[in-house]
Design a binder for this molecule. Structure first.
Ligand SMILES: NC(=O)c1ccc[n+]([C@@H]2O[C@H](COP(=O)([O-])OP(=O)(O)OC[C@H]3O[C@@H](n4cnc5c(N)ncnc54)[C@H](O)[C@@H]3O)[C@@H](O)[C@H]2O)c1
Length: 360
């Protein structure tokens, strides 16, 4: 167990600030280096975040030459693979931002690197630390629903399309389906115990992103702003998944788990510009079941919490390093999440159901 955990941050843009802020709240932990491929950006980050003892690098490989326990990978999606694999090969634990990678092959490679190195690869899904997400999982796993055969998950934004690297096919991989969809998938799959995905039939569109009326970078908008998919999961479970970055609608509806003994419905806290239950905004939770032959609806109290979920995920990564625990959100499991996103893109492109092939 290291006395002081030594951390490096790769990529010093927006989300790196949430990582730095969380790390700074932890005792016996030091951010010793920051790397950003844009010259001068890492040093500016160090100055702004007052990480005065930290070294700045333009090349993440130089950062990895240092003695570090773990790194936060906060680059755009396209660089998650290279930086994470290099970090794991250099013997560092990795907390990589979501989505895990651009392609499924990259995620497979990242998981293999983690296995080879014996270091953890954990993925930055902070909604996992929302107690309501744990409650959903507890209810689903308790068996109260009987056999779960249908799950609906999704949500999204009425308006909320990012720009820059997020809308480039090469740099982001996918649009809404990966960017915010990965959270929604994680909520459903985690509650179910991450069953293996088998097939995907998907539709995606980008009517909003490519319209200059709605997006100032419409000319270079290459990804989907809306998508819907039916996914067959191992265990005879069907997952209906829908996500939007932009739409003429207030919400894409509730999350639900249908079982042979009961159903669980979780509604978003509000409709409007943002609505999902995986983004810390659970509005209500109800169990639908029979009592003495009567259709019954029981309210499950939503847990009010004041947690900063970003802080919680970073804290758990640091604690896992300190306690020599396995990855809190294991890359090997999140591979299934990335496989679905990959399947969505393939199916939408071919307008056919596709099979998901995964290594044994
Ligand atoms: N968990 C969340 O809620 C959340 C929120 C926003 C973004 N993200 C994810 O975080 C990642 C970064 O998003 P962002 O908004 O901070 O992007 P950003 O563009 O603000 O910052 C990314 C930084 O990485 C740098 N970079 C690019 N390639 C690099 C490389 N090879 N080595 C070192 N630095 C490199 C860029 O120069 C940039 O400064 C994305 O994957 C995104 O999906 C997660």
């Amino acid at each position: 167990m290291p006395e002081t955990i030594r951390i490096g941050i790769i990529g010093s843009g927006g989300i790196a600030r949430a990582h730095a802020s969380a790390y700074k709240k932890l005792s016996n932990l030091e951010i010793v280096a920051v790397a950003d491929s844009i010259e001068g950006k890492a040093q500016a980050f160090i100055d702004q975040e007052q990480l005065h003892a930290a070294a700045a690098f333009d090349d993440h490989r130089k950062l990895l030459e240092l003695e570090l326990d773990g790194v936060s990978v906060c680059t755009p999606n396209f660089a998650h693979h290279e930086t994470s694999v290099n970090a794991l090969n250099a013997g560092k634990h990795v907390l990589v931002e979501k989505p895990m990678s651009v392609t499924l092959d990259q995620s497979i490679d990242m998981v293999a690197a983690a296995k080879r190195s014996g270091k953890m690869l954990t993925v930055g899904f902070q909604p996992r630390y929302d107690p309501n997400m744990s409650l959903i999982k507890e209810i689903v796993q308790s068996g109260q629903l009987g056999k779960v055969y249908f799950v609906e998950t999704g949500g999204g934004r009425r308006r909320g399309m990012p720009g820059g690297t997020f809308i480039s096919k090469e740099l982001a991989g996918a649009g809404a389906m990966a960017d915010i969809g990965c959270y929604s998938l994680d909520m459903a799959l985690n509650a179910l115990g991450y069953p293996k995905p088998l097939t995907v039939s998907a539709y995606t569109s980008n009517y909003f992103g490519t319209n200059p009326k709605y997006h100032r970078e419409a000319d270079c908008f290459e990804v989907e702003d809306f998508g819907v998919a039916m996914i067959r999961l191992e265990g005879d479970i069907v997952l209906n998944y829908k996500i939007s970055w932009a739409m003429h609608m207030d919400t894409l509806g509730a999350t639900m788990f249908l079982g042979t003994d009961a159903g669980l419905k979780v509604t978003p806290a509000g409709s409007g510009p943002w609505s999902g239950v995986w983004d810390g905004s659970v509005g209500s939770m109800s169990l639908f079941h029979d009592v003495a032959g009567q259709n019954t609806q029981t309210t499950v109290p939503v847990i009010q919490h004041g947690l900063n979920l970003f802080d919680e995920k970073v804290k758990d990564f640091a604690a896992a390093i300190r306690d020599n625990r396995p990855a809190p959100i294991d890359g090997a499991e999140i591979l299934y999440n990335q496989a679905i996103i990959d399947g969505v893109l393939r199916s939408a492109a071919t307008k056919r159901e596709v099979t998901i092939e995964l290594p044994e």
